[in-house]
Design a protein around this ligand. Sequence first.
Ligand SMILES: [Zn+2]
Length: 469
Amino acid sequence: MKSVVILVADGVRPDTLASAVARGDVPAMAALSRDGSLSTVTAAFPSVTGVGYAPFLLGRLPGPAGLPGLRWFDRCGSAWTPLGRSRSYVGIEMRYVDADLTPDAPTIFELVPDSLGSLSVIQRGLAASRRVARGAGFAARAAVTHFLGNLQGWLAIDRALATTVARRIREERPAFTFAAFTGADKVSHACGHDAPEVISALQVIDDCVAEVRRDAERAGRWENMHLWVVSDHGHSAVDGHDDLASWARALGIRTLAHPWVIRRAGRADLAVMPSGNAMAHLYVDLARKGRPWWGELEEQWGAFAGELIGRPSVDLLIVARSAGETEIRGAGRGVARIVRSGSRYSYRPVSGDPLGCGEVERASPEHALAATLGTDYPDAIVQIASLAGSARAGDIIVSARCGWDFRKRYEPIPHVSAHGGLHRDHMSVPLLTNRPTRSTPQRTVDVMPSALRALDVALPPMLDGYSFV
Ligand SMILES: [Zn+2]
C-alpha cells in the first residue's frame, strides 16, 4: 500500500539543513538526499507557522485558505471566539483555525481519511483517534512551555512526539502522516537560526526519519513510502523591534492589538495584527463589515500610510485597490502595481521597481516565480496578489526590513530572530524527498497535490500548487 509521511521542520532554513546534511549531523536525512532530492522552494506569505501549514494540508495559499495571518481582524465576525473579532492562533487559541478555514477547499485529512496528524494546527477531517498531541493535558503542557519560554521543554515535546509518531506509523500504517516539530523555530527565535540548539532540534527529526525508515524497510513498505521533510518558513536575525501598535497609539490613534483585544474592542480605529513578527496586517475603519478597497480609504488613511513607509523598520507596504489589483511601495524605491487576471500575473513599475524584478507581463504562476527567484523577494508577485486581494487581509500590509520586526512587548521568548515577511530569508525553505521528483518542486503549496498524486487520490479543484510526483 502506498503511503506518504510529511515531517515539518518548522522554521528551518535551506542553508541550515544543507550544511547539517553536509557535516554529517543528520545522517538519516543525508541518506534521503542521496536517494532523492534536497531542493529550495518558496513558502507562503505570511511566512509563519500555522498559516504556513495551509499549503501543505489544503493546497491553498493563506489568503484563499481563510487564514490571512497568525493574527488578523475578523471584519465580518465570521466565527465566534472569546476574543471577539481579533484572531490569534498563538497557544491554545489554535483551536479556532479549523472554523476559520474556507469551507470550499477540502483538507487532505478529508480526502485521505486514513491519516495521522501530529501537532497539526489544521485538523479538519482528522479523526480524534488519529490526532497525536491532542487533549487538555497536551494543550496545558504546550501552553506552560510557551508562556515560560522553556526551550528545553520544546525539544522534550519534539522528542516525545517523534517517538509517538514513529510508533503509530509502525503500528497503524496510515496512508498519510503529517507531523510538525516546532523546536527549531522556538530555539531560532531565542538563540538565532545558526545556534547549535537548532541542530539539536533537527537531530530529533532525523531520529524520527531513521526510525520510520527502519520500520518501513523491515515491513517491506519502504518502496511504496514517500517520506518528505519540509519547512514552512525561514528565519533571520532581528535586533530592532518597532512596536507598530505603540507607535500608532503615540500618534493618537485608538489602536487594537494583542493581548488587550477585549478591553479596547469597540472603541478602536486601527487594528495592528503582526505575524512572525516581520509582517503585519493593519485594519482601519473597524466598524465596516465588508472589505473596503484602498480607493475608499486613501483620503483618510493615505497620510498614515505615508508615515508608515517612512519608518526604518518598514521595507514594503502593500494595499489592494481591488481583488485583482495591488499596489506595492518600497521604502525609497517607488511604487509598482500587480494585476492578476485569472491565473496571469503582471507586475508594472509605476514610479519605481520595489521588488527589483523588472516589468512582468501576463506571466503564469511558474513564470512569475521565475522572474523573482534571483531577487530579494522570491515569488512575491504571486504571494502578494494572493494575500492582499483576499477577503480577510489587512487594508495595509507591511513587510519588515531585514533586522526588524513589528512587535516589542508580550513575547514570552525574546526574539533575536524573526520571520513572517517577504524577504528571501523568510520565504526560502528546504524540501527533502526520499526519491527523485518528476519535476522541480517550487513552492510549499506543491506538497499537497504531490501527496495526493503519490496516493492516487484525485486532486480537488482550485489548488494553488502543482504536483512534483
Ligand atoms: Zn516562529
